[in-house]
Design a protein. Structure first.
Length: 560
């Protein structure tokens, strides 16, 4: 039996304007006040947030949330990992994954089982699902904590002086460090000291930077759609950013072939860039940048790459994470040989600790009286219009997918088209209110007047669960629906004579009696004045009705 929270959520999906407190009192009258509050809080979190883990997201001491499949949710507090009191079952975890990836325009399925994204509050999220996640969906949420940290708060005065001088000289600075060491915080602090009159253009895989600067242009990569199209990689954004008149280029993280494009830009007049790279030391940062640059151009020998790096990179600020939550800062100067030349590197070793940081009332009440009946011809016309709109909606959906949209966003775009997507509006609205995608598609197909809706549902569910290429499949299904519709129209035209004959043969006896009664009443009088006449009259009416029903039954399948 479903829980009170599940029953309340399903009721609110069907009646979004209902009062949750009153509905809960009717659905579960035996709950105490505290239990009702817990249920209302749980349902609100499912509808407007991420469910049970919203409690952890609101905790300022939690810096990272980790879900290793069904079971307890792990958190990181002050650098230490520990299981929380929250547990998620398989259904709740699947629903959480949908609530994470759909709003941010990502997809995660069997074809693309791993996805990175950025939540509305700036937190970084990573999701992995089977088959690569053996024990169920894995979710990692790294909360973004905006630390307004000045360089002088965690660097000695001479370290601040080095960075200030490098910024004034338009030196190219690379911030290196391990995961969670504070690279983003340090890069934000460095960018905050740039001259307000300069134009900064940031390029990120998933936007995490919060540059405190009056003139910032932010670019973010875009993954490919379910059709494998529409991808905008980091390298393409870097090349386009160079055409947008940047005074400084800010790369959130260098992790691929864009390192080569960055080196080319720095050596052709675009000095003063800021970027980060994963590395365990300043020397490792150089070697990693060499490797990434080689990935960007296989034709360039290593020696040339090293010479370009020596000319492009002026300073490496390395950040390390210590076990203590206490801030520490140190500075040392190293010399690193690069391709026979000597490049002066100034690694700034620092630790940044995680700090806890309308309408008017109606004049009278409305009384429901039920649905007004429609003539059969109008009912058939409405069903026919709905059937004709569905293949058009699928074709528009295929067009959106080919343009690079994800399946949920494509469905939302088609639903906005009143001509062909009105039947999908309820699906989008219920998903946005917390409904599961698969459940809402099943409900839509069951309620759709089109007998072909189950085909569309099967194809859409395939796209949501496996990530298969849908555009071609949707076009084929739409073509099949159109062929069926044309066949039914042709069949209806061919059986029009039979329907007309049934109507004429049914009405003709009654019309003949009416005319005969008006012209020669004495001839029809025995039908109404004698017992035998009444028997014959009733028998004739019965046979006439049976004949009409049988003839209509022979062609009734066409009207359905």
């Amino acid at each position: 039996m479903s829980s009170p929270a599940d029953r309340l959520q399903h009721h609110l999906l069907d009646h979004p304007d209902a009062d949750p407190s009153r509905v809960l009192a009717e659905l579960a009258p035996l709950l105490s006040r505290s239990e009702r509050s817990d249920v209302l809080r749980q349902v609100t979190a499912r509808r407007d947030g991420l469910g049970a883990i919203d409690v952890l997201r609101a905790d300022p001491t939690v810096s990272e949330i980790m879900i290793n499949g069904p079971g307890p949710v792990w958190v990181e507090r002050n650098g230490a990992l520990a299981p929380s009191d929250i547990r998620l079952d398989a259904v709740e975890l699947d629903h959480l994954v949908e609530r994470l990836v759909i709003p941010i325009g990502r997809r995660v399925d069997q074809r693309t089982p791993c996805v990175d994204g950025r939540l509305a509050d700036g937190s970084r999220v990573h999701v992995a699902v089977p088959p690569v996640a053996l024990d169920g969906p894995y979710v990692t949420i790294r909360r973004f904590v905006l630390l307004d940290v000045e360089l002088g708060a965690f660097l000695p005065p001479d370290g601040v002086a080095v960075l200030d001088d490098a910024i004034r000289r338009h030196a190219s600075i690379v911030v290196s460090g391990s995961t969670g060491s504070g690279k983003t915080t340090l890069l934000n602090a460095i960018a905050g000291r740039v001259d307000p009159g300069e134009r900064l253009i940031s390029v990120e895989d998933a936007a995490e930077l919060r540059l405190v600067h009056p003139h910032v242009v932010r670019l973010e990569t875009r993954p490919s759609s379910a059709e494998g199209t529409g991808e905008v990689p980091m390298r393409e954004l870097v090349r386009n950013a160079l055409r947008m008149r940047p005074d400084r280029l800010v790369l959130g993280e260098v992790r691929g072939g864009e390192a080569y494009d960055l080196m080319q830009a720095l050596n052709t007049g675009h000095r003063g860039s800021l970027s980060t790279v994963h590395a365990n030391s300043s020397s490792d940062a150089l070697r990693r940048l060499e490797l990434l640059a080689l990935q960007g151009s296989d034709a360039i020998p290593l020696e040339v790459v090293r010479h370009q790096m020596a000319a492009a990179i002026d300073l490496i600020a390395h950040v390390e994470r210590h076990g203590s939550a206490r801030r520490r800062a140190s500075r040392r100067v190293d010399r690193a040989a690069v391709g026979g030349e000597v490049s002066l590197l100034v690694p700034i070793v620092a630790f940044v600790g995680c700090v806890g940081v309308l309408g008017r009332p109606a004049p009278r009440s409305l009384v429901p009286v039920g649905a007004a009946p429609r003539p059969p011809a109008l009912r058939w016309r409405r069903r026919r219009d709905d059937r004709a709109a569905l293949p058009l909606a699928l074709e528009l959906l295929a067009r959106e997918l080919r343009a690079g949209a994800t399946v949920p966003h494509a469905v939302r775009a088609v639903a906005a088209d009143e001509a062909c997507g009105r039947s999908l509006v309820s699906v989008v609205e219920r998903i946005e209110r917390g409904g599961r995608v698969i459940d809402e598609l099943d409900r839509w197909a069951a309620a759709s007047p089109s007998p072909d809706a189950h085909l569309a549902r099967a194809v859409l569910q395939l796209g949501f669960t496996t990530g298969a290429a849908l555009a071609d499949s949707l076009d084929r299904v739409a073509a099949t629906m159109r062929d069926r519709l044309e066949f039914d129209d042709e069949l209806r035209a061919l059986t029009a004579q039979s329907r007309a004959s049934a109507t004429v043969l049914t009405v003709a006896p009654a019309a003949f009696l009416l005319v005969l009664g008006l012209t020669a009443p004495e001839l029809v009088a025995p039908l109404f004045t004698t017992r035998l006449g009444w028997i014959c009259l009733l028998a004739g009416i019965g046979l006439d009705a049976v004949g009409f029903w049988w003839m209509r039954h022979l062609v009734a399948g066409v009207d359905r």
